[in-house]
Write a protein that binds this ligand. Structure first.
Ligand SMILES: O=C(O)[C@H]1O[C@H](OP(=O)(O)OP(=O)(O)OC[C@H]2O[C@@H](n3ccc(=O)[nH]c3=O)[C@H](O)[C@@H]2O)[C@H](O)[C@@H](O)[C@H]1O
Length: 431
């Protein structure tokens, strides 16, 4: 039979090992056998647990009041009004990442045709938040309210679903960028994994459950060499943590579809570009540098092969998002219970005509009428893949997806927007 001290102290050898024969043993025995000492130990443990719990609730309360700016009658009124549907058969959509590049364009398109739209965005500083605020300004003008908050905030999400019975969620909030994942890996886990799960938990518990359309990525094809990339290809060789979190998202959404009957559509976006775009992306930062007379770094693959991307114009992506929302079947569950099988779909949204990065630079030079200072370097091992190329037949078949903007035309529109937004001297000190 094990003695009391055997149960209270670690059984593994080490500094707490008891010498059953020595005076030490007798001392310990006296100590633990004494009822008053045990009582004191119990008190100590209770006090420790209580202080831990109150510390947690302090942190929680602090978060609630410090990091959020939501709630109240006026706030609820704004949410309700923004979610109002103005066409028959319309939908009410919660757009996450609404102040982001794709989020803004999709929200505006939905609002324009009479759907109800409520946005949520955490306005983080991955890139200049003033651009996100300017996008929010565009949304506000059209009557789209963007809640400032994080998709990891379960209480906020639950509140939003209390106020509005969203029919759809367009989930675009994410930590984007392929190469930044080496600098800040935890931000990818925070947004693309933890945030996704928090959102899905809210959606599965909602009654009625919304249908979910969300942004996966072309990067899930990783080192795939079979072209063009088809949704049926294997995607188990991600080249970056970003890609791995997006692939994980596809698996995670599948389990919520399977267990709770959530209708899921994952969209693999192929290097989306256009007006109001992301400053961290190559076409955007190249434009800035070219205008400022700074060199641009162009990566080149093995054996001096140029890298290529299936650059896809934002308006085509918006059509793909809206088409997906329109054809997303219903979720079947409610209040966390599945009532039957629900659709689980994945589509490529690309342009089907890859262009090399040096060609992208040449097009920019033509539109900007400025010569780029090219600095060509071997592609560092930073998560990049040599090329992407979408097969879009599935999206075409399901909702008539047909991209119509080539890179030349799309970049012309981008440059026009860029110059009107920043001017020629963006960020440059003019004497
Ligand atoms: O389809 C996606 O799922 C992803 O698309 C986008 O990733 P990428 O295709 O990597 O786009 P982007 O950064 O514009 O680099 C374009 C090309 O320029 C090359 N590149 C880049 C930077 C540089 O300084 N030099 C350079 O040659 C670079 O090597 C690459 O060949 C999104 O950012 C990402 O969030 C995700 O949505």
């Amino acid at each position: 039979m094990p003695s009391l001290q055997d149960e209270l102290l670690p059984s593994t050898p080490g500094k707490f090992k008891i010498d059953h024969r020595g005076p030490h043993h007798r001392h310990l025995h006296r100590c633990f056998a004494s009822t008053s000492t045990m009582f004191l130990w119990a008190l100590f443990l209770i006090a420790l647990t209580a202080s831990y719990l109150s510390f947690q609730s302090f942190i929680d309360t602090g978060n609630r009041f410090i990091t959020t700016s939501w709630g109240g009658i006026q706030w609820e009124r704004q949410v309700r009004s923004s979610a109002q549907i103005h066409r028959s058969g319309g939908m009410s959509v919660l757009v996450t990442g609404a102040a982001g590049f794709v989020g803004t364009h999709v929200s505006l398109a939905l609002k324009k045709r009479g759907d109800g739209v409520v946005g949520i965005d955490n306005f983080n500083n991955y890139y200049d938040p003033s651009l996100k605020k300017a996008r929010r300004g565009q949304l506000q003008k059209q009557g789209v309210f963007v809640v400032e908050g994080d998709i990891n905030d379960a209480r906020l999400l639950a509140k939003l679903f209390d106020v509005v019975a969203f029919t759809h969620v367009m989930h675009l909030a994410a930590q984007a960028g392929v190469r930044y994942a080496m600098e800040n890996p935890s931000s990818y886990v925070h947004s693309n994994i933890a945030g996704l799960v928090t959102l899905l938990e809210t959606c599965k518990s909602a009654d009625p459950q919304p249908a979910i359309v969300w942004a996966s990525s072309s990067s899930v094809y990783g080192l795939n060499e079979k072209v063009p990339f088809s949704e049926l290809d294997q995607t188990d060789q991600p080249a970056s943590l970003y890609a791995a979190t997006k692939k994980a998202g596809e698996e995670i959404t599948h389990t919520y579809n399977h267990i709770y009957g959530l209708s899921i559509t994952g969209l693999r976006f192929f290097t989306v570009y256009g007006p109001w775009g992301r400053p961290d992306m190559a076409y955007f930062s190249f434009t800035r540098n070219i205008l400022q007379g700074k060199p641009i770094t162009i990566y080149r693959g093995k054996n001096r092969v140029d890298l290529a991307r299936d650059f896809t114009y934002i308006d085509d992506i918006v059509k793909g998002c809206v088409g997906s929302l329109d054809t997303a079947g219903r979720s079947t569950g409610s209040g966390g219970k599945k009532r039957g099988p629900a659709p689980y779909r994945i589509f490529n949204l690309g342009n089907t005509s890859p262009v090399t990065v040096p060609t992208l630079v040449s097009i920019l030079e033509r539109h900007l009428k400025v010569k780029a200072k090219r600095n060509i370097v071997e592609m560092p091992g930073n998560g990049d893949v040599p090329f992407t190329h979408a097969n879009i037949s599935l999206a075409k078949q399901e909702f008539g997806y047909k991209p119509t903007t080539d890179l030349q035309t799309g970049l012309k529109k981008f440059v026009k927007w860029y110059l009107s937004y920043y001017g020629y001297n963006h960020g440059k000190l003019v004497n």
